[in-house]
Write a protein that binds this ligand. Structure first.
Ligand code: XMP
Length: 352
């Protein structure tokens, strides 16, 4: 048996190139979200119940990205949020480069599963204004997902983002089944224990490269999900071909993330918990089985605006190092080296 080597974020670095960028603030980060929707910055808040509720989704629009509200609530509660998001208006001017969405052109994403009440939930969310559905399951290369996409598409013309997947074969099937966006990454998230529990998963850079190869041919956008710790990781995910990135831990702990602030010894914290963690399962009345995630307390970070602005600055800087004025050009020009452990150590502050 031939076993292929697989790489993740820490295994590669981008090679700096000639640049004519005079001002990083002139770099355009507009990118694709699904076949029919663009976003102004490539940041998407993960549909986890300690990351994205209504408040996060609204703020993400204002920051030019998208928040996908989690589905751990009744169909009616989720529908009411979608309705309010559909009506949500905000200052039109995003920055000097481009305007935010025209009326009725922003993606309004309803999150569903692939069994149980998924169809009823999806229908209600569409009726309340969702124009994109995200099928939120751990193993997206699955018959349930195939049936879910086909059933929804036979009745409604909404964009569907499907996942999570990690291979070219999965990308090929999901596209064939009708997906308009692919969510990529299995077992690489900061709280995931899927690889520990099941031995399955593919390091994130390799899974992205494999999926992008297929997705590009059919012009289907790719979302890099899980394991992103910094703007440097975002720069790498997009450089290998992802159109946007989904963030969990980076946005958890912010003011807008659901959950209350906890004070302990004069320090402020919030909970961050995996969707398949024991804590989430118990608090949502699910069976305490097939636990594939952890939960933890993380420092409170203040407003999400500061986090997103920092990530945006870092990503624009990355495009400047490559000499790229926009994301398309960046993906065409980007070049990499694989790094050793000593290269990785050298690349982090190491004096102290
Ligand atoms: P980060 O690294 O951004 O990852 O915190 C967020 C992504 O992790 C996935 N996720 C899970 N994966 N068990 C898993 O194996 C879980 O309990 C779990 N909860 C979230 C999900 O894809 C999310 O966007």
């Amino acid at each position: 048996m031939k076993i292929k080597q697989a790489l993740t974020y820490d295994d590669i670095q981008l090679i700096p190139q000639y640049s004519d960028i005079e001002s990083r603030s002139r770099i355009n980060l507009q990118t694709r979200f699904t076949r029919n929707f663009d976003i102004m910055t490539p940041f998407v808040a993960s549909p986890m119940d300690t990351v994205c509720g209504e408040e996060m989704a609204k703020r993400m629009y204002e920051l030019g990205g998208v928040g996908i509200v989690h589905r751990f609530m009744t169909i009616e509660e989720q529908g009411d949020i979608i309705k309010r998001l559909q009506k949500f208006v905000y200052g039109k001017k995003f920055d000097d480069l481009y305007e935010l969405w025209e009326e009725n052109s922003k993606p309004i994403v309803g999150c569903i599963g692939a069994n149980g009440d998924y169809f009823e939930r999806g229908e209600h969310l569409i009726e309340q204004g969702a124009n994109v559905l995200l099928i939120d399951v751990a193993h997206g290369h699955h018959k349930f997902v195939k049936d879910a996409i086909r059933n929804i598409k036979s009745k409604y013309s909404v964009d569907i983002i499907a996942g999570n997947i990690a291979t070219k074969a999965a990308a090929s099937d999901l596209i064939k089944w009708g997906a308009d966006g692919l969510r990529v990454g299995i077992g690489g998230g900061s709280l995931c224990t899927t690889r520990v529990q099941t031995g399955h998963g593919v390091p994130n850079i390799t899974s992205l490269i494999d999926v992008v190869k297929e997705a590009e041919e059919y012009d289907v956008p790719v979302m890099a999900d899980g394991g992103i710790r910094s703007s440097g990781d975002i720069a790498k995910a997009i450089a290998v071909g992802a159109d946007n990135v989904m963030l969990g831990s980076l946005l958890a702990g912010t003011q807008e993330a659901p959950g209350s602030i906890i004070e302990r010894n004069g320090q402020l914290y919030k909970r961050y918990r995996g969707s398949a963690s024991l804590e989430t399962k118990v608090s949502n009345g699910q069976e305490a089985r097939n636990v594939e995630g952890e939960s933890t307390t993380i420092p409170f970070k203040g407003g999400v605006k500061f986090v997103i602005n920092g990530l945006r600055d870092g990503l624009r800087s990355a495009l400047s190092y490559t000499g790229a004025h926009n994301i398309k050009q960046y993906q065409t020009k980007a070049d990499f080296v694989q790094v050793t452990n000593s290269g990785l150590t050298e690349g982090k502050p190491h004096l102290l």
